[in-house]
Design a protein around this ligand. Structure first.
Ligand code: MG
Length: 186
């Protein structure tokens, strides 16, 4: 039984800060669009590869991003529900190796020690799923769909994925529902 929590878009407020980095200042993310496409449209950049675009950000960018409002509460709740040893951060590094150190620095800064020492940098998160007793919390519909083929997943609603952001109370209910399914299957 393990709980994997995504960083970018779940704990880390990445997308608006990435736009700001390119001089695009918005209060809210404009719907179901990719950050790269918005940067191209607003700045005349011509990025074509999603992962190469994200590789343009350096270590300090990743290290100093702000957390989402209920990031800390989610981490504490997951630790209490699953046990500290069974909660992991699962995040995909970019092609830029500095993203790995930057993301780890962010975890060291914002997360309790029991979690900042449980960080998995991985491209294909679905490979972590071993059964219905494994849960992924992620803002990517594709990551959630793939993980749920073996495990369970909860999609964090964000403007870019089209699901309204759930309240923290609703998210706790969704985590409890996932735990109930784990027990039923044992
Ligand atoms: Mg994400």
């Amino acid at each position: 039984m393990a709980c994997y929590i995504d960083l970018d878009g779940v704990l880390v407020r990445l997308h608006l800060e990435a736009l700001r980095h390119y001089g695009v200042k918005l209060d809210e993310f404009p719907g179901q669009r990719r950050t790269m496409d918005i940067v191209n449209a607003e700045t005349g950049s011509k990025y074509e590869d999603h992962y190469l675009f994200w590789s343009t950000f350096d270590e300090s960018f990743w290290a100093f991003l702000p957390p989402f409002e209920w990031a800390h509460k989610l981490v504490i709740f997951a630790g209490n529900t699953f046990g500290h040893g069974d909660v992991y951060v699962a995040t995909r590094p970019t092609h830029n190796p500095k993203s790995r150190s930057g993301k780890q620095l962010w975890c060291d800064r914002y997360l309790p020690g029991w979690l900042s020492s449980n960080v998995i940098m991985i491209k294909d998160k679905f490979r972590l799923a071993t059964g219905k007793h494994d849960l992924l919390i992620d803002d990517s519909p594709e990551n959630c769909r793939q993980f749920a083929q073996r495990g369970q997943s909860i999609l964090i609603g964000r403007p870019w994925n089209g699901r309204p952001t759930q309240t923290f109370e609703k998210l706790k209910e969704e985590i409890h529902d996932a735990c109930d399914k784990m027990v039923d299957l044992d």
